[in-house]
Write a protein that binds this ligand. Structure first.
Ligand code: C2E
Ligand code: MG
Ligand code: MG
Ligand code: MG
Length: 291
């Protein structure tokens, strides 16, 4: 069935479009069907306090289990979803699954804040705040159990409308985070205007920071900037003990990365949480002389 749909798409559009457009089109058709075919998966990556090693949250990262292509990563299909408006459906699906998981974990005594990525289009969606209110009520979650991650570029696309949406969401009590901080075209002025709670340092600055003096300087300045503005600062892309230690020394509040855990299927999170133990040397070092 999937193959037939793809062929249909190719037959109709091949004449008019180049090969890559035809491929995009088939991907899009398939993506449209991915929800009802149950091909989307919610993965989550734990967010950890770098000083205490405690798990404080998790980020929802969507995966598409394509019947032939295998695991398709979001960088490949989110841009499509955005261009076509399918992102609305996708975002709602991710929200729903995230709320479900958050409720399940809370019932087991694990109270984690769940972070969900929003795209440019989502910020233009005037129904989003209403949708959220409904979601929280149905899952009996407090607004504080959600954090919404938005990139600088998504905000700068239409800063006025973005600010309007973000103010409504923030007024409801949801946390807002600036994702991939430092990589987009942006102005620092919005940091002062927007109701943001968190800065997320992009992994490109973090991955090799223990070896790269320039990266370390950027990370240090970003942590200071965030803290001076009263924001929580999170680093993504922590792949080694050395980077965790360095970030903790610089005062970075939280971190995510392969060193702690890759993104894992949502239904494995409870088992992961029950096994998690922060490396004692890191946590003791960060906590000072409390050992
Ligand atoms: P992001 O929000 O900045 O997410 C962080 C990305 O870094 C994730 O890639 C994550 O798997 C990866 N990562 C985490 N720790 C490490 C590490 O230690 N080393 C390395 N090399 N990578 C690490 P992923 O899952 O492929 O997602 C890519 C991007 O796709 C996300 O970047 C986000 O912008 C977007 N995305 C993912 N899920 C959604 C979604 O549900 N909705 C929207 N709108 N965008 C999404
Ligand atoms: Mg993110
Ligand atoms: Mg990011
Ligand atoms: Mg990113």
């Amino acid at each position: 069935y999937a193959a037939k749909q793809r062929n249909d798409g190719a037959v109709i559009y091949d004449a008019a479009m180049d090969k890559s457009s035809a491929q995009s089109l088939s991907l899009l058709t398939e993506l449209r069907n991915a929800v009802e075919r149950n091909e989307l998966r919610l993965h989550v990556q734990p967010k950890i306090s770098l000083a205490t090693g405690m798990v404080v949250g998790m980020e929802s990262l969507v995966r598409w289990m394509h019947p032939e292509r295998g695991n398709v990563f979001p960088d490949e299909f989110i841009p499509f979803a955005e261009q076509t408006g399918f992102i609305r459906v996708l975002t709602r699906w991710v929200m729903e699954k995230s709320a479900e998981l958050c409720g399940e974990l809370a019932a087991q005594g694990h109270h984690l804040k769940v972070s969900v990525n929003l795209s440019t289009r989502d910020l233009m969606d005037q129904d989003l705040p209403v949708m959220f209110a409904d979601l929280l009520a149905r899952h009996k979650l407090t607004p504080g159990s959600f954090c919404l991650e938005i990139t600088e570029s998504a905000i700068m696309d239409d800063p006025v409308r973005a600010q309007h949406t973000l103010e409504r969401l923030s007024a409801m009590g949801l946390d807002l985070s600036i994702d991939d901080f430092g990589t987009g075209y942006s102005s620092l002025a919005y940091l002062k205007r927007l109701p943001v709670n968190e800065l997320k340092i992009d992994k490109s600055f973090v991955l090799n920071m223990e070896k790269d003096e320039g990266d370390t300087k950027i990370v240090r300045s970003t942590i200071d900037l965030g803290h001076n503005m009263g924001l929580r600062v999170v680093a993504e892309g922590i792949e080694s003990e050395a980077v965790w230690r360095l970030l903790a020394e610089l005062g970075c509040d939280q971190g995510q990365g392969y060193f702690m855990s890759r993104p894992i299927p949502g239904d494995q999170m409870i088992a992961w949480l029950e096994k998690w133990q922060a490396p004692a040397n890191l946590v003791a070092a960060a906590a000072g002389n409390e050992v």
